[in-house]
Design a protein around this ligand. Structure first.
Ligand code: UD1
Ligand code: UDP
Length: 350
């Protein structure tokens, strides 16, 4: 088959890595990069850390408003799909690159496979929620990472299209954590002691686009009185540098490469985040996770009591963080050998 794997944002490169390697053995797989993320640390560094080959097609769309970005991607994707006529388009997760890839393929009658289907936050203030609902409903094949996602797809009338595969980020982690622990020098580079720091990331629109909300979160975390390592997403950086200063216990850094970042996760005493992928990785690495969100798509991590949701507008963030304890053991919730399962299903398509 001729396959287009469409990616554009950091978490998509991380999901693409194991699948692309497996697919390109048997299929003519084109990596199509929309250019949604373009800083070296957000894109090229992740490709090189994960040994992903260079994109076959780079659309260089860059940033913009929701409509500008999605529309420009669609225009360029339509041309690329028209010229190459793929048999299958694979889209990952819930970004604007996902929506653009899916809508463009659907209108050209090209079959779509959605990886990470069936996730819902039920919060339509998130552009991601709109992207994933639309993508699920126009895709032919839905690969669901969790039992909750399977149930949601069934409830939305999409049972026939759904395959329960598990979460592909499990394989990226398994393939890379031994290498990362061997190669990375990030702990000494940042002068950290293992187990004596928190790891923080923030990039959700509702947490970072309003400087008052962001400043309130950071000021409260300042009162935690423990070291916090904070690799700053470019969306968040724009706000911080323009509007206010940061408490002294918070050490800001550039976005980290994947290998250094999973080492930072691995040795953190807890992870504080609003990222989807990082909630999952915290669970995989047995780290207590605080999600500064009112809801999550990864409900199993909360049900298993390894992930605590705290409303970012709460003014008791620190006391809630301090009193959070995780259970002694955990159940496996994201599956194993996910890539192999996915490839087997894809190989059976005709
Ligand atoms: C996007 C995804 C989000 C995902 C996140 C992963 C959408 C709607 N959102 O959010 O689901 O969780 O990626 O990180 O698709 N910027 C740079 N350099 C870059 C990329 C972005 O400076 O390489 C800045 C630009 O000012 C841009 C802003 O960050 O306007 C936001 O980037 P964008 O890709 O639109 O959304 P993210 O917040 O990254
Ligand atoms: N990540 C990284 N460097 C960082 C922060 C995150 O490599 O400085 C990785 C992290 O390990 C995870 C993914 O990026 O695999 C999560 O992406 P992000 O938080 O940008 O988006 P989301 O998952 O919320 O869509």
């Amino acid at each position: 088959m001729k396959i287009f794997s469409i990616v554009g944002a950091r978490p998509q490169f991380i999901k693409l890595a194991p699948l692309s390697k497996a697919l390109s053995n048997r299929h003519e797989e084109y990596i199509v990069h929309t250019g949604q993320h373009y800083d070296y640390a957000m894109s090229e560094k992740i490709f090189s850390d994960l040994g992903i080959r260079k994109p076959n097609i780079h659309l260089e769309v860059g940033s913009g408003t929701q409509a500008e970005q999605t529309g420009n991607m669609m225009i360029r994707l339509e041309k690329a799909m028209g010229e190459n006529r793929p048999d299958l388009v694979i889209v990952f997760g819930d970004t604007n690159s996902t929506l653009a890839g899916a809508v463009t393929a659907a209108k050209l009658n090209i079959q779509i496979l959605h990886i990470e289907a069936g996730l819902r936050s039920y919060n339509k203030r998130m552009p991601e929620e709109i992207n994933r609902i639309a993508t699920d409903h126009i895709s032919r094949y839905l690969f669901a990472p969790t039992p909750t996602a399977v149930r949601i797809l069934e409830e939305e009338g999409l049972k026939e299209n759904t395959y329960f595969t598990g979460d592909i980020m499990v394989d990226t982690m398994k393939d890379n954590i031994p290498v990362a622990l061997k190669k990375s020098t990030i702990i000494s580079d940042l002068n950290l002691n293992k187990g004596e720091y928190n790891l923080l990331t923030l990039h959700r629109n509702y947490n970072v686009d309003d400087p008052w909300v962001l400043e309130n979160i950071l000021n409260q975390l300042g009162e935690l009185g423990e070291k916090i390592v904070f690799p700053v997403h470019p969306r968040t950086k724009k706000m911080i540098s323009e509007k206010f200063s940061i408490p002294p216990n918070i050490l800001t850094t550039e976005p980290q490469g994947y290998l250094d970042f999973i080492v930072l996760e691995n040795f953190a005493n807890r992870i504080i985040t609003d990222s989807g992928g990082i909630q999952k990785e915290a669970y995989m690495l047995h780290k207590p996770c605080i999600s500064l969100r009112t809801e999550t798509e990864w409900v199993e991590t909360v049900e298993e009591k390894w992930n605590l949701l705290i409303d970012p507008s709460d003014n008791c963030i620190v006391s809630k963080i301090r009193s959070f304890r995780v259970p002694a053991a955990q159940n496996e919730i994201f599956g194993t050998d996910v890539t192999a399962k996915m490839v087997k299903i894809i190989n059976s398509f005709n």
